[in-house]
Design a protein around this ligand. Structure first.
Ligand code: APR
Length: 180
C-alpha cells in the first residue's frame, strides 16, 4: 500500500513529504546528511557523492569540514539539483547528550543557508535516522516542527521532506498533518 505524499502551506511556504531518492530531485538544493569531515561516506552521503561526481568532493575539501549542527553549501555538479547543503546530524547516544537540540540546529541552519543563498526549492532527507541511529519518529517531529517554526522560512517557496521508505514517509506525513 503506498501512502500518498502530503503537502500543506505554512505562511507562504509549501511543506511536503514524499518518498524518493533525493539524488533524482531537480531542485534548487538538496540536503546531504554528511559527517564532520565532509569527505563522503555511506547512506545518502554516498549516494549524493556518487551522483554528483568527483568535483563535489574537490569542493568539499576546500570547506574545512562542518561541525555537528552546522550546514555548508556547495554546487551540485552532476546532480539534477543546483546546490547541495551539507549538514552534520548528531549521533544518537540515548537522548541525554543534547541530540534533540543538535538535530534541530541542523534544520535551522539548513533553512538559514537556503534563505541566505536564494534557494527557493529544497529537499531534506531524514537526517541522523540511518547510520547515526536517531529514532525516526522523534526525528520526524523535530524536523517538521523546526522547519515550520523557522523565522526565515518565507524565503523558501517549498521544502520537501524526502523520505527513503514508507515508515519515514508516514512519520513525516503525520507531523505535517499535525501542524497547527
Ligand atoms: N535519498 C533519500 N534518503 C536517503 C537516501 C537517498 N538516496 N539514502 C539514504 N537515505 C535516508 C536513510 O534511509 C535515512 O532515513 O537518509 C536518512 C539518513 O541516513 P544516513 O544517510 O545513514 O545518514 P545519517 O543517519 O545522518 O548518518 C550520517 O552516515 O553516510 C554516512 O557520511 C555519513 O557519517 C555520516 C553518517
Amino acid at each position: 500500500m503506498t501512502i500518498p505524499a502530503i503537502s500543506r502551506t505554512v505562511g507562504t511556504t509549501r511543506l511536503e513529504a514524499v518518498a524518493a531518492d533525493i539524488t533524482t530531485l531537480a531542485l534548487d538544493a538538496i540536503v546531504n546528511a554528511a559527517n564532520e569531515s565532509l569527505l563522503g561516506g555511506g547512506g545518502v552521503d554516498g549516494a549524493i557523492h556518487r551522483t554528483a561526481g568527483p568535483e563535489l568532493l574537490a569542493e568539499c575539501r576546500t570547506l574545512g569540514g562542518c561541525r555537528t549542527g552546522d550546514a555548508k553549501i556547495t554546487a551540485g555538479y552532476r546532480l539534477p539539483a543546483r546546490h547541495v547543503i551539507h549538514t552534520v546530524g548528531p549521533v544518537w547516544r540515548g537522548g541525554g547528550d543534547g541530540e534533540d537540540e543538535l538535530l534541530a540546529a541542523c534544520y535551522r541552519r539548513v533553512i538559514a543557508v537556503a534563505a541566505g543563498n536564494g534557494i527557493r526549492t529544497l529537499a531534506i532527507p531524514a537526517i541522523s535516522t540511518g547510520i547515526y541511529g536517531f529514532p525516526a519518529d522523534r526525528a520526524a517531529a523535530i524536523a517538521v516542527r523546526t522547519v515550520a517554526d523557522h523565522r526565515n522560512l518565507d524565503a523558501v517557496a517549498c521544502v520537501t521532506f524526502c523520505c527513503f521508505g514508507e515508515t519515514t514517509l508516514r512519520l513525516h506525513r503525520g507531523e505535517i498533518e499535525a501542524l497547527p
